[in-house]
Design a protein around this ligand. Structure first.
Ligand code: FUB
Length: 323
């Protein structure tokens, strides 16, 4: 019996389930990390998280790459505060995109509380997914509050018509704004308006994300307080990236048997087989330190009408999945 238990432990330690299939486990990599951004670059999965420390210690970002969602390679310090002249602390929430062979890393810095403070959302650029990323502009891309939205938690959405949008916002307000094609600033949409508020409901807090599926725009975000157990993810579906969006409901929240404070997510969509994975952070059970956040991955599925099904958080994560 004892020998049998030892064998089971050895199998798990080797990353193998009893079926013999290598399997991820949640968290997907060790360390306190949050706000994961999922991206597929150069036929590999990438995750770019916030380093979940005190604000004064949030001065660089690590990235992680994988061929199969199970085995992850760490790339340390892909963007460092030293390479962003205006950043002083609280570097958060990467948003990644590739354009014309360059890789762009959007992020928030300095946790500004009003328009007099220097900081907001910036953008850095590199020749490779693993960096090194360097500040593109020498100043923030969004440096002030618009429609009440704190300039944090960027997300970049590339629409089918070629337009690039920045979706962002904390303090219970979300904005969408059209990016100039070279990401050097923002520009008005056809109606002459620049800062479009798309706050979907009073429950919205931060961590927005957008994707398009079957011609519909899915807008997702986090609700609750990120340090506590109630942090969660909800969503809406609309006909335009500019909204309007009406909240449908929560799809990710704490599970008293698995973890608490599950939120600030992003998604992998594998086009080959139309499979979807949600990457998010959560607190370990019983741990009340707000910064103790771990990056996890689980399946995200849709019903026949295109509604997102509630996510079942797991300890196991997902089996290997080739791109
Ligand atoms: O990690 C810092 C902050 O925590 C993010 O900006 C928020 O969305 C929350 O996840």
């Amino acid at each position: 019996m004892r020998q049998c238990r030892m064998l089971i432990h050895a199998a798990f330690a080797a990353g193998l389930l009893l079926t013999g299939v290598a399997h991820a486990s949640n968290p997907v990599f060790p360390g306190w990390y949050a706000d994961p951004e999922a991206a597929i670059f150069q036929h590999q999965y990438w995750i770019y998280p916030t380093t979940s420390l005190r604000y004064s210690e949030q001065t660089s970002f690590d990235a992680f790459s994988s061929d199969d969602l199970v085995h992850w390679t760490k790339h340390a310090g892909v963007l460092r505060m030293a390479d962003v002249p205006w950043a002083k602390k609280a570097m958060w929430a990467p948003a990644m995109t590739e354009k014309d062979g360059k890789y762009y890393f959007f992020f928030a810095a300095n946790d500004i509380q009003n328009d007099k403070q220097l900081g907001g959302i910036g953008v850095a650029v590199a020749d490779h997914p693993e960096g090194p990323y360097k500040d593109l502009l020498g100043h923030p891309l969004v440096d002030a509050f618009h429609n009440g939205a704190q300039p944090i938690d960027p997300f970049v959405f590339h629409d089918g018509d070629g337009s690039w949008y920045l979706i962002y916002g904390g303090w219970k307000h979300a904005n969408v704004v059209k990016l100039k094609p070279d990401f050097s600033g923002v520009e008005p949409t056809a109606d002459g308006k620049t800062w479009h508020e798309i706050t979907p409901s009073p429950e919205y807090v931060e961590g927005p994300l957008m994707f398009k599926r079957n011609g519909k725009y899915y807008f997702m975000w986090s609700e609750g307080g990120w340090t506590g157990p109630d942090y969660s993810v909800a969503y809406a579906i609309g006909d335009s990236p500019l909204g309007p969006f009406k909240r449908i409901g929560k799809i990710l929240q704490q599970d008293p048997t698995i973890g608490t404070g599950a939120g600030h997510h992003s998604v992998f969509h594998v086009a080959r087989d139309d499979s979807w994975f949600i990457v998010y952070h959560r607190h370990p059970l019983g741990d009340t330190d707000g910064n103790h956040r771990e990056v996890c991955i689980d399946r995200m599925e849709f019903d026949a009408d295109g509604k997102i099904l509630p996510v079942k958080m797991t300890r196991e994560g997902v089996p290997p999945h080739a791109l």
